[in-house]
Design a protein around this ligand. Structure first.
Ligand code: FAD
Length: 383
């Protein structure tokens, strides 16, 4: 693997850095306190091409490879994980999955709007009763003529209250094949679909997280994404790439923790010297730096495998597992460097830690990643 960035990749990273400095950094604390990022950011992300990365240009995408996608995701995560998550879901889990599995009509219907930031997408897999055990989901889609009638509840859905379309996973009646789950593209203004905002999150406060309730929602059969009964494979394939995106966001958190810790340690004086002069503070900083590099290399390897058409799902689990735990450690170490100031939100470390914590939970908890890695190594499923 070549670790040198190409001209194009370096330019995309510069673009992302400038975007974050201009459009995100000045608002981070206010958005976090208000529990909502400014919705106008979605259109701005679309205008600059960040919602179309890796999507073919004929559908409004901005092309680029998966390393470029990781670089942008890292920079967004460095700026604000709430904004990063909007992209990771609307592009990473929804648009990219439509690009991979959609028929021509579905691609033309949804991709130009999603990549332009005119539409927001959300990914509806988790339910109140099934999180890690997603394959046992209970939302049902019962065939009725040319339609399906869908009933069920989806929990913790990122972008949920904002979204124009939900990539919904439901058990469809008489579905042959894998566990009988099918994927559907459901406009969120479809009668019978209601949403409740979830407030009080520890982190990612700027993100619009929601519970979706579906009561006799009528969906045309043409809205099914991929073959009937193969929806669980669609979900797992979306999440395999999604985990790389979460990992890249975690690299951004850890890098932000490193930058903040180094700067503060150089400025803050105790015992007559900058705290950077004290060996145990240097230990905190060097631990963060090693976590940043290791997480970044694991993440870039996944991007490289995808771009070369090689299998990548297990490597993506490893990257997500390591990078999410590393981001928590890095943010916690940075908070320690800040001392008492780290505990208030005028300084960055506390928010980084709150945002990092969920990365070990969603898109498969750390335990679930270990079971996926363990299964690949032993050939034995411990699920
Ligand atoms: P549970 O599955 O109940 O797990 C509880 C604990 O048990 C965990 O520690 C888990 O690791 C452990 N556990 C469970 N099974 C095993 C096992 N077999 N072996 C060992 N340990 C096990 N979902 C979506 O579909 N779309 C989204 O956009 C989305 N966004 C989210 C945003 C946020 C902020 C949050 C918090 C969640 C989001 N989720 C989303 C849901 C997320 O993916 C789930 O919360 C996650 O998969 C865990 O499920 P759970 O919360 O039901 O926990």
């Amino acid at each position: 693997m070549n670790l040198e960035l190409s001209e194009e990749q370096a330019a995309v990273r510069r673009l992302a850095r400038d975007f974050v400095a201009r459009e995100i950094a000045p608002h981070v604390v206010a958005w976090d306190r208000a529990e909502e990022v400014d919705r106008g950011i979605v259109k701005k992300l679309g205008d600059v091409g960040f919602l179309g990365l890796t999507v073919p240009e004929e559908y409004g995408g901005s092309g680029g490879d998966h390393l470029a996608y990781c670089l942008v995701t890292e920079e967004l995560g460095r700026g604000d994980s709430s904004v990063r998550g909007i992209v990771s879901v609307s592009l990473g889990l929804v648009a990219k999955t439509i690009a991979a599995y959609g028929d021509e009509e579905q691609k033309r219907r949804w991709l130009p709007g999603l990549t332009a930031g005119e539409y927001v997408g959300c990914f509806g897999l988790t339910e109140p009763g099934t999180g890690s055990d997603a394959g046992n989901l209970t939302t049902r889609a019962v065939r009725d003529g040319d339609e399906y009638v869908v009933n069920g509840t989806k929990m913790f859905i990122t972008n949920g209250t904002w979204a124009d379309v939900v990539l919904l996973f439901a058990r469809s009646t008489d579905a042959p094949g894998h566990k009988g789950v099918s994927a559907f593209l459901v406009p969120t203004d479809t009668p019978g679909l209601s949403r409740r905002a979830i407030h009080g999150k520890l982190g990612l406060r700027g993100q619009a997280t929601a519970e979706l309730v579906l009561e006799d929602v009528r969906v045309p059969a043409s809205a099914m994404l991929g073959p009937e009964g193969k929806g669980f494979s669609v979900a797992m394939s979306a999440l395999a790439k999604g985990r790389m995106s979460v990992a890249a966001g975690c690299v951004g958190i850890a890098q932000a923790a490193l930058d903040a810790a180094v700067t503060y340690a150089g400025e803050r004086e105790q015992f007559g010297a900058p705290i950077a002069r004290h060996q145990l503070v240097q230990e905190l900083i060097s631990d963060i730096a090693v976590d940043v590099d290791a997480a970044r290399l694991l993440t870039w390897r996944v991007a490289d495998l995808i771009d070369r058409g090689e299998p990548f799902a297990v490597e993506s689990s490893k990257a997500k597992l390591f990078a999410s735990e590393a981001a928590v450690r890095a943010a916690n170490n940075a908070l320690q460097v800040f001392g008492g100031y780290g505990y208030i939100d005028e300084y960055p470390a506390g928010k980084l830690l709150r945002d990092a914590r969920v990365m070990t939970l969603y898109e498969g908890t750390s335990q679930i990643q270990k079971l996926l890695i363990g299964r690949s190594l032993t050939g034995i499923s411990a699920f």
